[in-house]
Structure formats: structure tokens, C-alpha cells
Design a protein. Structure first.
Length: 466
């Protein structure tokens, strides 16, 4: 029987967009996305979705109430589904064994336990969350150990990691370079892989669907993120060399990326990578390698994170140094707070690190971001991991809804996110309203530096001496 009903546990950045696209492309499949958070589900059922993602609302609007449903009735959705995606969060552990490095699988485990408890027919269970290699084994153990009294209920576990990037999720899903499906090397395993292939084949050519064994699939997801982040750390390391030698990192990236063996993507030097996954997935890889007694491999990947931390602190230090080594009581404006453009997500955003340094140094911080909720900025900057003095932060922080208000009377603009709208701001107008000398620190290399200089700004950027 082909898949008729899909349940997705976890209505987040992955579960929501992925299942919306499946519902769009498979109108005869009923897709129910469930979450334990009533607030999140209410938002998915409203006009203001819980995440900002270009094109997402159009897809949701087309299918919601037809074959796409958002619900907190997890039990019922599990019971009726033929195939269940587990798309819950897998954050870095904050306590206990592996603290600060290992992936915390408590949400995956609780999803597996819920499935075992309520399922009364056989299911294909798909790991969509990013997990450590061999996590499918743990899920399988939980499922079989808790269904010993239901002999007719059998499970096939597949690994189907997600490769979408925030800000381009809908396009990434509609035109995926590849879909990866790992499963057990048995007749039942192959049959389950085939069922999931048939879902994706509704809109993607078969040649874009890769099938592997379960462990290769799990490890490939960690490896892909590690490779992508490694490219950013590599170019960022060279940006430091450029700043002291007179080379221009954009020219270097272009020259290096022109080699078809290397390719041009993911060589954009920046204030450092952010986002919920790169750091957590590499930390997880490092932890796994240490557990396998492969310290050299662990150290190799750890360096990608260390370089990213260095880049973030190097940039913040440059801002302070340029402002005569003190920012105390100076008004400074952060343009952009999201970890990249076209998302409202701030998880691991490098802007948080920059803001923290400036606040610790006593700056009066003004922040503008086109999509991040004001409450999110306040929450991020008063988080116990960021400050021991939340009251001081509240007093020193002003969040704006307009970039011109945010920059009026400021000493320096620090551009942290590459939002398109920042390129076309009226910098002449901004300059006139700023304290002099007026500084721009372009952490994303998107502005016209010559033009800014001709207006009168002192400009600094990444990987180029100006
Ligand atoms: P998220 O935090 O946005 O969403 C996870 C959701 O799962 C939350 O709404 C939470 O309430 C819900 N949840 C947790 N436990 C639950 C349970 N037992 N029952 C019901 N709901 C539960 O996370 P995300 O960004 O969507 O990431 C999910 C997974 O996908 C992670 O493993 C991540 O590494 C991976 N991933 C994320 C991205 C991305 O762009 N964010 C891309 C690829 C892969
Ligand atoms: C990344 C991967 O690109 C996805 O394939 C993966 O599915 C996802 O992680 C995940 O597992 O969560 P995402 O973090 O959403 O996606 O966004 P990216 O476009 O990869 O950007 C990550 C960070 O790197 C951003 O802060 C971005 O500004 C930065 N970046 C990216 C650079 O500094 N330079 C670049 O050249 C590219």
C-alpha cells in the first residue's frame, strides 16, 4: 500500500516547511504536523506563521485544511499515519555527560516513546532530525522494547536528513540537489526506502535521490554541515591574512573558487557563521570522534569552530580598537540581528557575540533588524549565557523598527546581517544624522565602500584594507 498518511513530529524550521512542500506536491497524501507546543501550532494555523521563510505562507495557504494539518493531537496523528517523520530539535547537551558537545537526544527519545506507546499498526519511522551516527539503532531499540506486547506492530527506521537552508527553504525543498535516504539492508528495509522514494519522486527526478545504509546517511548529514562550515572558516582565516597584507579576500575567493574542483559557493568571508546547526553538528562530530578514540580527527574538526570564534572576536575587537579603544557610553548601531538574511532566526547569530562584547564594554546599543521580533533580541541579549547583568543590558539596549531612527546620533554602524535592504539605504541621510567621525563596520562585505568613503564615512570591512 503506498503511503496515504504522514505524521511529522516537530513543527519547527524543518518539519513545517518540509511537510508543507510534501503536502503541496502530494495532494492525495494527508500530512499532519504535530507539536507539543500549543502556541506554535496556533501560529501555524494563523496568518502569521511561527517562522519567517520566503514563499512558505503561499504554500501553507494553498494546502492548509485540504491535506495539510497542524495539530497538538499527537496520539491521533501517530495512530493514523503510515509514515512518521521525527523532526524535533537535537540541541547540544547543556549538562551531564557530553555537556557542551554531544547532541541531546531527549526529544528524539520522547518522540520514539510516544510512537511506541500509541501505535497500533506498523509504521515507517523516519529520522529527519540531525542525529549522531547510529541513533537509528537507539530509536529502533526503544520502539521494539516498548511494543513487545503488540506482535502485529513492526517498525522500519529510515534516516532521511534534511539539507534545506533557512531563507531559501522552499526553493531548496522544491529543487533539492539531492535527497538522502538510509535504511536497513534487508528486504523490509529496501521496501521502506522505496516507499519514501515514491513520495519524493512526485516532484524530484529519481537520480537526485540517493540511497545508502543507515549509518552512512546519518554521518553524511554531519559531514555535509562540517564541510560547509569548514569552507567558511577557511576563507575567514584568509581574511585575516588579507587585512594585514593588502590582498582582498573577495578577489582571493573568486580566484580560488574559479577552479571547478573547488567551486565558488560558500566562500563569502563574514563575521563568522551562525545558525542553529553548524556549531552544534560539528561539536557533535567532535564528540563522536573522541568517543571513538580518534583525537586527531576530533581536533581537526574542532578547529573549524575555533576559527569561527576567532573571527567573531577579531571583528568585535576591530570595532572597539577603531573607536579609540573605548565604546563606553557611545551609541553604536547594529544593523541586522538574524544569523543570515531572509530569516527571523537568531540562533547562534554572530550578532549576539558582537552585541555582547559591545555591551560588556559599556556601549549604548541600538539594534535594527527587518524580521527579528524585538522580544527575541531582548531575550537573546539578557540570556544568562550572554550576561550576568540583565538589568544593565535592558538599560543599555534600544530596539528599533526603522533603520534611520536606529542610526540617528550614533557613532558607528556595525552591519551584522546581509539583508538586501541595507544596500539601498540612504547613507548620505544617515551620515548627516551621525556623530563624527562616522564609522561603518561592514561585517558582510555588501556595501559600496568607495561610495561610503566619498560621503565621509570611515569604513572597515572583513578581509580588505580600506
Ligand atoms: P525547531 O526547534 O525549530 O523545532 C523543533 C520542534 O519540535 C519544536 O517546535 C518543539 O516544540 C518540537 N518538539 C520537541 N519535542 C517534541 C515532542 N516530543 N513532541 C512534539 N513536538 C516536539 O528545530 P528545527 O530547526 O526545525 O530543527 C529540527 C531538526 O532538524 C534538528 O535536528 C536540526 O539539526 C535539523 N535541521 C535543521 C535545519 C534548519 O535549518 N533549522 C536544517 C536541517 C536540519
Ligand atoms: C545550513 C546548511 O547550509 C544546510 O544545508 C543545512 O541543512 C542546515 O545548515 C542545517 O543543518 O541546519 P543554514 O544554517 O540555514 O543552513 O544557512 P547557511 O546558508 O548554511 O548559512 C549558515 C551561516 O554561514 C550563516 O550565518 C551565513 O551567513 C554564514 N555563511 C554562509 C558565511 O558566512 N559565508 C558563506 O559563504 C556562506
Amino acid at each position: 500500500m503506498p503511503i496515504q498518511k504522514i505524521c511529522c513530529i516537530g513543527a519547527g524550521y524543518v518539519g513545517g516547511p518540509t511537510c508543507s512542500v510534501i503536502a503541496l506536491k502530494c495532494p492525495d497524501i494527508k500530512v499532519t504536523v504535530v507539536d507539543k507546543s500549543q502556541e506554535r501550532i496556533d501560529q501555524w494555523n494563523s496568518e502569521k506563521l511561527p517562522i519567517y521563510e520566503p514563499g512558505l505562507y503561499d504554500v501553507v495557504k494553498q494546502r492548509r485544511g485540504e491535506n495539510l494539518f497542524f495539530s497538538t493531537d499527537i496520539d491521533n496523528a501517530i495512530k493514523e499515519a503510515d509514515l512518521i517523520f521525527i523532526s524535533v530539535n537535537t540541541p547540544t547537551k547543556t549538562f551531564g555527560n557530553g555537556k557542551g558537545r554531544a547532541a541531546d537526544l531527549k526529544y528524539v527519545e520522547s518522540a520514539a516513546r510516544m510512537i511506541a506507546e500509541v501505535a497500533n499498526s506498523s509504521k515507517i519511522v523516519v529520522e529527519k532530525s540531525t542525529v549522531p551516527v547510529r541513533a537509528a539503532e537507539s530509536i529502533s531499540n526503544i520502539l521494539t522494547a516498548n511494543t513487545f506486547n503488540k506482535p502485529n506492530v513492526k517498525f522500519q527506521i529510515l534516516s532521511n536528513p534534511e539539507f534545506l537552508a533557512e531563507g531559501t527553504a522552499i526553493n531548496d525543498l522544491l529543487y533539492a540537489d539531492r535527497v538522502l535516504i538510509g535504511g536497513e539492508d534487508s528486504a523490509e528495509g529496501h521496501a521502506a526506502i522505496e516507499e519514501l522514494c515514491k513520495v519524493y519522486e512526485r516532484w524530484l527526478p529519481r537520480k537526485n535521490i540517493l540511497t545508502t545504509n543507515t549509518w552512512s546517511s546519518e554521518l553524511s548529514k554531519l559531514a555535509a554541515n562540517a564541510f560547509l562550515a569548514q569552507r567558511i572558516s577557511s576563507i575567514n582565516s584568509l581574511s585575516a591574512v588579507c587585512e594585514t597584507t593588502g590582498a582582498d579576500v573577495s578577489e582571493v575567493a573568486r580566484a580560488v573558487g574559479w577552479d571547478s574542483r573547488i567551486g565558488p559557493k560558500f566562500l563569502q568571508a563574514s563575521i563568522g557563521f551562525g545558525g542553529s546547526c553548524f556549531k552544534k553538528d560539528i561539536l557533535n562530530l567532535v564528540y563522536i570522534c573522541e568517543g571513538l578514540n580518534l583525537p586527531e580527527v576530533a581536533a581537526y574538526w574542532q578547529q573549524v569552530i575555533d576559527m569561527n570564534d576567532y573571527q567573531k572576536s577579531r571583528f568585535s575587537a576591530k570595532v572597539i580598537e577603531s573607536l579609540f579603544n573605548t565604546v563606553t557610553d557611545k551609541r553604536i548601531t547594529l544593523l541586522g540581528f538574524a544569523f543570515k538574511k531572509d530569516t527571523g532566526d537568531t540562533r547562534e547569530s554572530p550578532a549576539i557575540d558582537v552585541a555582547k562584547t559591545l555591551l560588556d564594554e559599556g556601549a549604548k546599543l541600538h539594534v535594527y533588524d527587518p524580521k527579528v521580533e524585538h522580544s527575541q533580541i531582548l531575550e537573546d541579549l539578557t540570556h544568562p549565557q550572554v550576561t550576568e547583568e540583565p538589568e544593565h543590558v535592558r538599560k543599555s539596549l534600544t530596539i528599533h523598527s526603522d533603520p534611520y531612527e536606529a542610526t540617528a546620533g550614533t557613532h558607528a554602524i556595525v552591519l551584522c546581517t546581509e539583508w538586501d535592504e541595507f544596500v539601498s539605504l540612504d547613507y548620505q541621510r544617515i551620515y548627516e544624522g551621525m556623530m563624527k567621525p562616522a564609522y561603518v563596520f561592514d561585517g558582510r562585505k555588501i556595501l559600496d565602500h568607495q561610495k561610503l568613503q566619498s560621503i565621509g564615512f570611515i569604513v572597515q570591512t572583513i578581509g580588505k584594507r580600506l
